[in-house]
Design a protein around this ligand. Structure first.
Ligand SMILES: [Zn+2]
Length: 305
């Protein structure tokens, strides 16, 4: 088996979760209704995730008097990685009734909000939608979550459903599909938290934090550069003054001022603290600042600035 995608792992973890009976119904409602076709006489799901379809069949066989079998699944595509579940005629209608979905809402591709009054059920519904229609990028490569849906109304309803959780996705049209998407790592981790995949949620949170740290490091480096610039400007000013004394071989300066003047001339790139250490004996940074200031004052008196 080739290496599975990040999305695939998230979907797998969602399928393995135990759910209360209200949430089980909401989960499968989300899964079926976000598929290719969801109507009273025809339901069609295309997924790369065979385990989900198998679990759906188990769920229906266990909790309803409808009988589905693995022969309802067929394999599509040459790569044999897409599975199709088709339920037509009475089977489709029976399943919609079993899930208690309002048939009118099903036909209009509106989400039946009556089934999602409890928060636990909203979360499970969103998980079901993600398993059927979702894609999630590996956070080490980029931040992207999307739900590919083929009905505008359904896409809008999903956005409305997520808003109370602080998740406000955008919608774009791609071919014949409506794509509900999130690009913000914080919001993606919120979404993953809602659908109940905390470990993947942490991946995204960590990726977000790492990015923030990188940004902070860059900001810090920019700040250091700004400070460095200040040092260079200050040193350039000092050099101008010192060169005036140099013309007289520093005869106008006492020894301790001559020393720091010469050190500055020889080391224009050094900070004050570094310059202070080079003095004999070493002095403090403020001592060095004091001496350089004295040189400037003397220059003002002798040379008028
Ligand atoms: Zn529930």
């Amino acid at each position: 088996m080739n290496k599975m995608s990040y999305s695939y792992d998230v979907k797998k973890s969602l399928c393995l979760q135990k759910r209360a009976s209200c949430c089980r119904r909401a989960f499968w409602y989300g899964f079926l209704s976000s598929g290719n076709i969801f109507s009273l006489d025809f339901i069609r799901i295309l997924t790369e995730h065979i385990e989900t379809v198998e679990q759906f069949i188990k769920y229906i066989n266990k909790y309803s008097d409808i009988t589905l079998s693995l022969s309802d699944i067929s394999v599509k595509g040459r790569s044999r990685s897409v599975y199709e579940l088709v339920l037509d005629g009475k089977k489709a209608e029976d399943i919609i009734r079993f899930l208690s979905v309002d048939p009118v809402k099903a036909e209009n591709r509106h989400i039946d909000f009556n089934l999602l009054e409890k928060q636990c059920c909203v979360k499970s519904f969103a998980a079901g939608v993600f398993v059927c229609a979702g894609f999630l990028s590996d956070p080490t490569k980029g931040y992207h979550l999307e739900l590919v849906l083929n009905e505008k109304q359904f896409a809008e309803d999903i956005s409305v459903l997520l808003r109370p959780f602080g998740v406000s996705p955008k919608i774009t049209v791609r071919g014949t599909n409506y794509v509900v998407y999130i690009k913000n790592s914080g919001m993606i981790s919120d979404f993953l938290n809602i659908i109940g995949t905390s470990s993947f949620c942490f991946d995204y949170m960590n990726a977000g934090i790492e990015k923030q740290i990188r940004n902070n490091v860059n900001r810090q480096m920019n700040c250091d550069n700004a400070n460095l610039d200040k040092t260079v400007v200050a040193a350039a000013k000092q050099l101008d003054v010192i060169k005036k004394f140099q013309k007289n071989d520093f005869r106008d300066l006492p020894p301790e001022l001559t020393e720091i003047a010469v050190l500055r001339l020889e080391n224009p790139e050094l900070s004050l603290a570094e310059l202070a250490v080079l003095c004999t004996p070493p002095i403090s940074k403020s001592g060095a600042a004091h001496r350089l200031k004295k040189i400037e004052e003397k220059a003002m008196i002798l040379f008028g600035g």
